[in-house]
Write a protein that binds this ligand. Structure first.
Ligand code: AR6
Length: 172
């Protein structure tokens, strides 16, 4: 599609980023939860949940599938859109990394549809969903590097030092 996006690492809170779109590590209900999801809804305000409810009342009656992505307003956040995606729960028995890679790919596809140029991602699935950080970082970096996207900047926003270090290692 265009030149490779630049990949940027930031240690911090994704809800404080100024970007076109920020990605939410949601669950299939789209109706909120803990972690990044809780923080986004708290800071973004009720407009996000309102749109999520409307999605559930329409095309997403069965919820959002793992590895898929859908956008809503970003409410009061310093962004135009929130792109909600559902990461896989980590499994020792089953390799679900293709589903995790799909979260990054699909989020970028939605970002392209919206015309977003800057997109912030959290480390999807590495919190409540239990994905080991090093592997989650590897899958994330490989997926965005392989994506064909018009997004110019992909910013990984890592909440703590361990997550930052994992992404730094995955990038190098
Ligand atoms: N900014 C950036 N990263 C954050 C923030 C923040 N404000 N808060 C947490 N993290 P998680 P998951 C990091 O649990 O594993 C929710 O209940 C966190 O340290 O948010 O995909 C949903 O509703 C971790 O590295 O998402 C789902 O039910 C990463 O973000 C479920 O959790 C992801 O942690 C999804 O679990």
């Amino acid at each position: 599609m265009s030149a490779q996006p630049s990949l940027v690492l930031v240690r911090g809170d994704i809800t404080e980023q100024h970007v076109d779109a920020l990605v939410n590590a949601a669950n299939s209900s789209l109706l909120g939860g803990g972690g990044v999801d809780g923080a986004i809804h708290r800071k973004g305000g009720p407009a996000i949940l309102e749109e999520c409810r409307a999605l559930r009342a329409g095309h997403y009656g069965g919820g959002l599938k793992t590895g898929s992505a859908v956008a809503t307003t970003a409410g009061r956040l310093d962004a135009r859109w929130v792109i909600h995606t559902v990461g896989p729960v980590w499994s020792r028995e089953e390799d679900r990394s293709e589903q995790l890679a799909s979260c990054y790919r699909e989020s970028l596809r939605v970002a392209d549809e919206l015309g977003a140029r800057t997109v912030a991602f959290p480390a999807i699935s590495t919190g409540v969903y239990g994905w080991p950080l090093d592997d989650g970082a590897r899958v994330a970096v490989e997926a965005v590097r392989a994506a064909d996207t018009g997004v110019e900047e992909i910013r990984f926003v890592l909440f703590d030092e361990a997550a930052y270090a994992a992404f730094e290692a995955a990038l190098s």
